[in-house]
Design a protein around this ligand. Structure first.
Ligand code: PAF
Length: 289
């Protein structure tokens, strides 16, 4: 399929409407570019569920804090387009300009989801999820997709967006897609490219830590969240080159800490770790048996 690039929000809205009027369902894969195999996995999943796939590429300034890597965030549009062309699934790349998404210089209208964005990544990135929910709500309004696809590596983001779509009455189904991993378990991320060779060798401990939590809860019958967290910290502690941001077990419905792991509850075992300026995250969604 020939890949079309659209930058104008009005144009993507009418493209989408036209597709839906002709009987084609539309899927959206929102990204900030710097595409890797994880993104291509989202596109592939979208292609298996809808007739036309739109990939948005927009480095959203409002989800970066003042000391974060907005300026340094990799912008690789030519390479991204080449990858999507080669994959041959996406019909359109929607690449709006900043003024397309934020038409006034000091944006005053925000979408926020109470509490769910304050803990885990939200604790060390204040305002981050407010930026994410605001940009995604605008993308959903512009593209009006039938389905939108998000990686479960960012499980907190996925759970917040699912709640937002439900409570705001968006017609779009929010679909979570399993994390694509390197052979040693490291979750694919645009930020992996910041790692030195030695850091990269240690980065697999993040997935081992969440794997340990899953194993303890699902197979060893552990019900005490503190003991599971201690085991995750033990595994992550084998990495020597960086520092832990958080190691947590939270409820999947409210993203707040849980102490006892009740049978039937869905919890999120989550870690975040800094290697220099690269902050990596990983998690596992676990249904307590
Ligand atoms: O996960 C991301 O890449 C971003 O947070 C998203 C969903 C594209 C919003 O900018």
């Amino acid at each position: 399929m020939r890949l079309e690039v659209i930058t104008d929000p009005a144009e993507i809205s009418s493209w989408s409407l036209q597709q839906q009027r002709s009987g084609n369902s539309v899927g959206l894969v929102p990204t900030m570019g710097a595409l890797h195999a994880g993104h291509l996995g989202l596109v592939e999943r979208a292609g298996s569920e809808v007739d036309r796939v739109v990939v948005s590429i927009f480095v959203n300034p409002t989800q970066f804090g003042p000391n974060e890597d907005l300026d340094a965030y990799p912008r690789t549009m030519e390479e991204d387009l080449r990858m999507l062309e080669a994959q041959g699934i996406a019909a359109v790349v929607f690449a709006p300009r900043v003024e397309g998404i934020y038409p006034t210089p000091s944006n005053k209208t925000w979408v926020t989801v109470d509490d769910m964005g304050n803990y885990l990544c939200g604790a060390s990135r204040p305002g981050h999820f407010k930026g994410v929910t605001t940009v995604v709500s605008r993308l959903l309004t512009m593209v009006q997709p039938d389905r939108a696809f998000f990686g479960l590596k960012d499980a907190q983001q996925f759970l917040i967006l699912k709640r937002m779509a439900q409570e705001m009455g968006f017609r779009t189904a929010i679909v979570g897609v399993p994390t694509v991993r390197e052979p040693d378990g490291l979750a694919m991320s645009s930020r992996n490219r910041y790692l030195t060779e030695r850091e990269r060798a240690e980065a697999g401990y993040l997935s081992s830590a969440v794997g340990a939590a899953k194993n303890m809860i699902e197979h060893s019958g552990e019900r005490n969240a503190k003991r599971v967290i201690a085991a995750m910290e033990d595994v992550l502690g084998r990495a020597k080159l960086g520092k832990t941001d958080y190691v947590e077990i939270v409820g999947a419905d409210d993203l707040q800490p849980v102490h006892h792991l009740n049978s039937g509850a869905t919890v999120l075992a989550a870690v975040a770790y800094y290697f220099g300026k690269a902050r990596l995250i990983d998690n596992s969604i676990i249904v307590v048996p």
